[in-house]
Design a protein around this ligand. Structure first.
Ligand code: ADP
Ligand code: MG
Length: 737
């Protein structure tokens, strides 16, 4: 027996037997199934049909509507090949009669189809109604219900792999193929739908009763104790075990459901088991930490916080206050904090980081902040110095190029306890902080979990705060970051100007340059972003190096600077300093500016070749503007100039804009965009992390099944955290002992 969570123990049920243990599977079919990775009975049972077809009642041919996708059944009354002399195209046609009307089934340029049918055969055909006069379907899926020649059905013959001897005996289970919801599988050539269906049926008959429930069975456990779950305000999740099919029932319903809702329910049940297994993994890791580690007492006493807030010049938003309360509670608790702070660009995460650091410092512990780039580390360092040095707190910088100790003369009197800001250079062994109490990682998605752990090991279970501006769709948050508690900054500081986003094609560039000049003359500043540093000869990817001299000229006499990842760090910092000070009005850059840069006077952003950026990235870029009180503009250029449109008398119709960019121009909500990006590009792309856990999911989808993920999380949490004596099967009255 396995006891490692929600995995059914297959060995005990014979599910590990080779597929040939199933009636109807000989060596030829075993080979065909193996091509789809189906080796064991268990594989066979978990190979879900790609869809189901409602064959309880067929549509009447007479009633077919154009464009309708449907299934009909009838008898072949005529068939033949026809070749069009002029084009050389041929069409094979089968005319089907169901007593109400005739349907023409056509296959273009496939004369060999003729071998698969006979006049008098009973067929089921599934497809889209192409026309009504005559009623016709092109290339429908077909299945022979009964054949006058009794040879075999088309797919069997087509592959030639399984001859008449391998054909399914239709007399055996006629009710499998009509009069019910019928499974339609993905096949390998040579295996017919009917054969595959019959094999599934036989496998269920022989092994279906031996499919074990998950161990432990969390659904039963939860319903026994009368526990109620909330599905995070999302759609209702039935909690009681009776409301869910058993695993065995789900696997039966997966293949032969009574209704299509049964099939979906079955998928959800199997998905739930997958999510439960994933949650066991994540939550065990967390529990391990809790049982091993004692938290350092870092809740602070407000002795630094009070003067800090008083000098700040603005009040924390309600969201910032709420998050700080959550953090304080963690840092004063018995278990080291493991918290993820999500806040859209510009929501004020830096202030939260500073305040959290103060809690540690007040308690006599030092704090470390790790940023993803040198530029950001320097920017944060400057920020923290401005905020914390007046409070006599030493603020150090630790990057590959600078390893500073505190400024002489500044001393807190607590040995070397202070705040260090740095890059991944902090992970090096030479960095050894004194009494490390808190690790803050800014813009987490750039760092891997392993790097996070290495920094944490510089202390004895210090508290951890991870901050990210990449909004993480909730399901991902629960899996990828499932071992972290989540706080959300869902409110922007007041007094921010509106950001307007415009989509333009390159035709509009002259107007755009004029617009930028006007903005600069008002004292505003601009970012101009290109996808690459250097040209690579491709027409639709402009580069910083090529455009920079042109822009300098176009915007004369305003000073223009450039910034990209291949410049030396000092040069980057110098340019950014000039830009911050307003001496350089326009920054021509790659997406290096995407993260963290905070210059409130910048109100304009032009992004060329915008289609080359991901949505999440565009959102980060756009987050660089709209930080001051003035209205900001983000202009996205994409597509090709409609050539010589000006010269044409009739204006050419503009191309429809990229739907992604259009969606982007219509919302400023980072979460909405992240969900969209997630749907369009999948998990890996969004987070840049490989270990998403989603690779193991066969039934579950991190995109569609958010309530299930939440439900699984709660089930596992409850299971792992129940009191040790409260075994689910024991009487509750025993719990007292
Ligand atoms: P992000 O969450 O993107 O890291 P920052 O921390 O850089 O955002 O904050 C963006 C800007 O908002 C900074 O200039 C910061 O000083 C300012 N800010 C932060 N919190 C507040 C607040 N409560 N009221 C006014 N301005 C704030
Ligand atoms: Mg930031």
């Amino acid at each position: 027996m396995t006891s490692t969570g929600a995995h059914a123990s297959a060995e005990t049920a014979g599910l590990e037997s080779p597929v040939s243990a199933v009636a109807g599977v000989g060596s030829a079919r075993a080979r065909l199934l193996a091509k789809r990775g189906i080796l064991t009975v268990g594989d066979l049972l978990l190979d879900a049909p790609r869809r189901h077809e409602d064959r309880r009642q067929f549509s009447k041919i007479r009633d077919l509507q154009e464009g309708q996708k449907t299934t009909v059944s009838g008898k072949v009354i005529a068939m033949g090949n026809k070749t069009f002399a002029r084009t050389g195209r041929s069409v094979f046609e089968v005319i089907l009669d169901d007593g109400s009307a005739h349907l023409h089934c056509r296959w273009w340029n496939l004369p060999q189809m003729e071998r698969f049918f006979d006049v008098g055969d009973e067929l089921v055909v599934h497809g889209k109604v192409r026309s009504l006069r005559p009623k016709a379907m092109d290339h429908p899926e077909t299945e022979t219900l009964s054949s006058v020649t009794r040879e075999a059905d088309p797919e069997t013959l087509a592959a030639g792999a399984v001859g008449a001897a391998g054909a399914v005996d239709l007399a055996e289970e006629p009710s499998l193929h009509v009069g019910r919801w019928v499974p339609i599988y993905s096949l390998t050539d040579g295996l017919t739908q009917r054969a595959r269906r019959w094999i599934a049926w036989n496998a269920l008959k022989a092994f279906g009763g031996r499919i074990p429930e998950a161990d432990p069975d969390l659904l039963v456990e939860a319903s026994r104790s009368g526990w109620t779950a909330s599905a995070d305000g999302q759609q209702e999740i039935p909690l009681l075990a009776q409301a869910w099919p058993s695993r065995a029932q789900a696997i039966r319903d997966l293949h032969f459901p009574v209704s299509d809702t049964d099939a979906e329910r079955a998928r959800q049940r199997l998905a739930l088991d997958e999510f439960i297994a994933l949650q066991f993994e994540i939550q065990r890791r967390r529990l391990n930490l809790e049982s091993k580690a004692t938290a350092l007492p870092c809740q602070g006493d407000n002795s630094l916080m009070r003067p800090f807030l008083a000098r700040l010049g603005f009040r924390p938003t309600q969201a910032q206050n709420r998050v700080l309360r959550e953090i304080r509670e963690d840092m004063g608790g018995t278990v080291p904090m493991r918290r993820l702070l999500q806040g859209d660009v510009g929501s004020g995460k830096t202030l939260v980081a500073a305040a959290a650091a103060l809690m540690a410092l007040e308690s006599g512990y030092s704090a470390v902040v790790m940023a993803p780039t040198e530029i950001l580390a320097q920017q944060l360092h400057a920020n923290f110095r401005r905020w914390l040095e007046p409070l006599q707190i030493p603020v150090h910088l630790w990057t590959a190029s600078v390893k500073s100790r505190s400024e002489p003369g500044l001393n807190l009197g607590l040995s070397d306890v202070g705040l260090t800001v740095g890059t991944h250079a902090l992970i090096e062994s030479s960095f050894l902080p004194e009494r490390l109490g808190l690790v803050i990682i800014d813009e987490q998605h750039r760092f891997g979990v392993a790097q996070r752990e290495r920094l944490l090991r510089k202390g004895r279970y210090p508290h951890l705060l991870v901050m990210t501006a990449t909004p993480i769709p909730r399901t991902l948050g629960l899996t990828l970051y499932g071992d972290l508690d989540i706080s959300v900054l869902d409110e922007k500081p007041p007094g921010r100007g509106k950001i307007r986003t415009h989509l333009r094609t390159p035709d509009a560039l002259p107007k755009v340059w004029a617009f930028i000049r006007r903005e600069l003359e008002l004292g505003h500043q601009a970012y101009i972003v290109y996808p690459r540093i250097l040209d690579n000869g491709e027409e639709d990817a402009k580069s910083v190096e090529t455009e920079y001299p042109r822009i300098c000229k176009a915007l004369e006499p305003h000073a223009v600077g450039k910034l990209h990842g291949r410049m030396p760090p000092e040069e980057k910092e110098r340019i950014l300093g000039e830009f911050r000070a307003g001496r350089v009005k326009t920054l021509v850059a790659t997406s290096v500016i995407e993260v963290g840069i905070d210059v409130p006077q910048a109100t304009l952003m032009l992004i060329e070749n915008a289609q080359q950026f991901g949505l999440a990235q565009l959102h980060q870029l756009r987050g660089r503007i709209g930080r001051g009180a003035a209205e900001s503009h983000c202009i996205l250029m994409s597509g090709k100039a409609s050539a010589s449109s000006a010269a044409l008398a009739s204006p050419s119709a503009p191309l429809p804009p990229d739907p992604r960019l259009k969606a982007f121009s219509e919302t400023d909500d980072g979460f909405e965009l992240a969900e969209l990006d997630f749907k369009l590009r999948g998990v890996g792309e969004l987070t840049g992390l490989a270990q998403s856990g989603s690779d193991h999911l066969r039934f579950g989808s991190l995109i569609e099944d958010r309530p299930l993920v939440e439900f699984a999380r709660q089930l596992v949490r409850r299971h792992l955290r129940r009191p040790p004596t409260g075994h689910p099967t024991t009487d509750p009255s025993n719990k007292a002992r």
